[in-house]
Design a protein around this ligand. Structure first.
Ligand code: COA
Ligand code: AMP
Length: 630
């Protein structure tokens, strides 16, 4: 069957379509209904069914005689470590760690925060939670203590899993002091923190609260899989909203397992036994779906890489991993390829490795510029697939589904809607726009299985943020258009979210930090184009009258504060002081116009602007730090 036929069936008979896909999963109890619409606009897939995600990701492959097959390869150039775990070994280690968690009182429905680097214990921790029916929430290591505290307060974890440190290139980053600081800021306190001591740095332990990972495991009895409802939460993953308060995206067990297993075959075109490598971080959705759950649910070998595309040790790092482990399909963010291209524009490192097994490269996480896509295509000589998705959906919304039918690539477009998603471009009045016209990209409800079930303990915010713009539609927050062949073109966000090196950040959150500085009267943060990272945040601040500190001191202070409060991942290094910000007559800051100025693009002076002369001042100020028409 080709794309049109499969896509058509997913639209005409979604319940039949997903019930068929569900045959790939082991269920402890079958569903009462494939799709429960009784609480629309909140939908539930596979209501009444029971299963265990960890069983589906591990135990069942062992039971099927594939215990010796490699489940996980850990490759860490930053520590000089390589390790392989067979399905049998990983099952055993997860069962034991689940036993350790259970002995700390963690059980079905409890939440567990995981603040850990890219090491096997992180994957083991996630799967152990799934085994017990506990809900994990992984927090990316590049976030600061305050961000971690916000997540601790919202998720209210019974336990927190951490490691003594992360390693970023040549830097050892102690994680435990960040966790300790977060716990002094948080109002909620976990009963225990389970700490994995890495040899690169030893964490100080707080007696009575912190327990040693290895000691817990050595005393633990392996725990069995607990059957949970298909509609129970598997995990919470916080993502940037438009304010400083992140949104807790909730993923359920049943729909998630079905959709991810289906996507491995149909989107990525892999088979059980293939080696799949997502060069991302477990702290992001890509890591959840395609380092951990997707490949394991489908019986592939997954690669956990603790390194960078460049500098660990050189721009040949990716090619080394691909050749060493025989990677069949790879997935990363365009920014990683931009980094490689910058250091090795001719691709000379590529020729040093045998990449003959690599069948396809998938890119996502940010808009993929055609230059990068074409460079990768030319140097690798394989299909390079730009695909579009978000933390909320958990798996691709639009892609060139290699496992169904390879469609012609149009650089700059992630191709067509993936089966299960009815993607349309709507105007402000909620009417569908003609082909080629830019509007708000929306998805008709119900969303397919595996997408966000709700926001953690906040159905109201879920409905308000995503489902209430136009009745019956999910708001993606992206703007773009559809061409005459139903290819989608994702152009920009409609909100204040920016994408820096594939990391999703809220400019609103950074503005809150800048505005809280005692010398700052008001502030705006915009995302300006950057050759390497896609977008970089730039702060524009207006100072209060009569401040005594020098502008240079204030700027340095602001950079430090964003690093401290949001995290190094924000890459916030550019800030300018201006006399005033351009606003509409009703007081709305014209961020879009400032962004165009920063990027040196043509812009119209908005008719509603309060004082057009300010735009010239902004252009001069941004020009002084290297932005604008150069
Ligand atoms: N723990 C602690 N700190 C972290 C971190 C982590 N897990 N991840 C990033 N940081 C820090 C970095 O060390 C850096 O700190 P610095 O300001 O002291 O140098 C800062 O956060 C910014 O990180 P990053 O934006 O990743 O920049 P970089 O210069 O270290 O690397 C790339 C640039 C392009 C090589 C890198 O961003 C990359 O490989 N990106 C791939 C994209 C990706 O994985 N995206 C995830 C979604 S698919
Ligand atoms: P995240 O939730 O971090 O995965 O970020 C999701 C957002 O990243 C999307 O809403 C888009 O704005 C952007 N994005 C992800 N993939 C693509 C892509 N292939 N093309 C354009 N934008 C993308």
């Amino acid at each position: 069957m080709g794309y049109d036929e499969i896509y058509g069936r997913s639209q005409e008979d979604p319940e039949g379509f997903w019930a068929d896909a569900a045959a790939a999963i082991d269920w402890d109890k079958t569903w009462d209904s494939v799709l429960d619409s009784s609480a629309a606009p909140i939908y539930r897939w596979f209501a009444g069914a029971e299963l265990n995600t960890c069983h589906n990701a591990l135990d069942r492959h062992v039971a099927a005689g594939r215990g010796d097959h490699t489940a996980l390869i850990y490759d860490s150039p930053v520590t000089g470590t390589k390790a392989r775990f067979s399905y049998a070994e990983l099952t055993d280690q997860v069962a034991r760690f689940a036993g350790a968690l259970a002995s700390q009182g963690v059980g079905r429905g409890d939440t567990v925060i995981i603040y850990m680097p890219m090491i096997p214990q992180t994957v083991i921790g996630m799967l152990a939670c799934a085994r017990l029916g506990a809900i994990h929430s992984v927090v990316f290591g590049g976030f600061a203590a305050k961000e971690l505290a916000t997540r601790i307060n919202d998720a209210r974890p019974k336990a927190i899993l951490t490691a003594s440190c992360g390693i970023e290139g040549a830097k050892v980053i102690p994680y435990k002091p960040l966790l300790d600081e977060a716990l002094t800021l948080a109002s909620h306190q976990p009963e225990h923190c389970i700490v994995f001591q890495r040899e690169q740095c030893e964490a100080a332990m707080t007696e009575g609260r912190d327990v040693d990972w290895e000691a817990q495991v050595s005393d633990a009895e392996p725990a069995d899989c607990v059957s949970v409802a298909a509609t129970d939460p598997l995990y919470i993953l916080y993502t940037s909203g438009t304010t400083g308060i992140p949104k807790g995206v909730v993923r359920d067990h049943g729909g998630h397992a079905v959709a991810l297993a289906w996507s491995m075959k149909h989107v990525y075109g892999v088979e059980p036994g293939d080696v799949f490598w997502a060069a991302s971080d477990v702290g992001w959705v890509v890591g959840h779906s395609y380092i951990v759950y997707g490949p394991l649910l489908y019986g592939c070998t997954t690669v956990l890489y603790e390194g960078k595309p460049v500098g660990t040790p050189d721009p040949g790092a990716f090619w080394r991993v691909i050749s060493e482990y025989g990677v069949d399909v790879m997935f990363t963010a365009p920014t990683a390829f931009r980094a490689i291209k910058r250091e090795d524009p001719d691709g000379t490192y590529i020729g040093q490795y045998d990449l003959s097994k690599l069948r396809a490269l998938f890119l996502a996480g940010e808009r993929c510029d055609p230059d990068t896509l074409l460079w990768a295509q030319e140097k690798l000589g394989i299909p390079v697939i730009d695909h579009w998705w978000q933390t909320e959906t958990g798996w691709p919304i639009a892609a060139n589904c290699l496992g169904i039918e390879e469609l012609p690539v149009r650089p700059g477009s992630p191709t067509r809607a993936v089966p299960g998603y009815d993607v349309r471009i709507l105007g402000e009045d909620g009417q569908e726009l003609p082909d080629g016209e830019i509007g708000s990209i929306m998805i008709r409800l119900p969303l397919p299985p595996g997408t966000l079930a709700t926001l953690w303990q906040n159905d109201e915010r879920f409905v308000e943020a995503y489902l209430s713009t136009h009745e019956g539609w999910y708001l993606t927050g992206d703007a773009g258009y559809r061409d005459e062949d139903a290819y989608l073109w994702i152009m920009s966000r409609i909100d204040d979210i920016i994408n820096t090196a594939g990391h999703r950040l809220s400019t609103g959150g950074m503005e809150e930090v800048l505005s809280a500085h005692p010398d700052v009267a008001e502030a705006a943060v915009i995302g300006a184009a950057d050759e390497l990272k896609g977008e970089l945040p730039v702060g524009l601040v207006v100072l209060k009258a009569g401040v005594t500190h020098t502008p240079e001191d204030i700027k340095a202070d602001l950079v430090r504060l964003v690093r401290e409060k949001v995290g190094p991942v924000a890459s916030f290094k550019k800030v300018v002081i201006v006399d005033r910000l351009p606003k509409t007559r009703s007081g709305k800051v014209l961020r879009g116009t400032m962004r165009k100025i920063a990027d040196g693009k043509d812009f119209n002076v908005p008719a509603t602007i309060d004082d057009p002369a300010i735009l010239g001042e902004i252009e001069t100020a941004l020009g002084e730090i290297g932005y604008g028409r150069r």
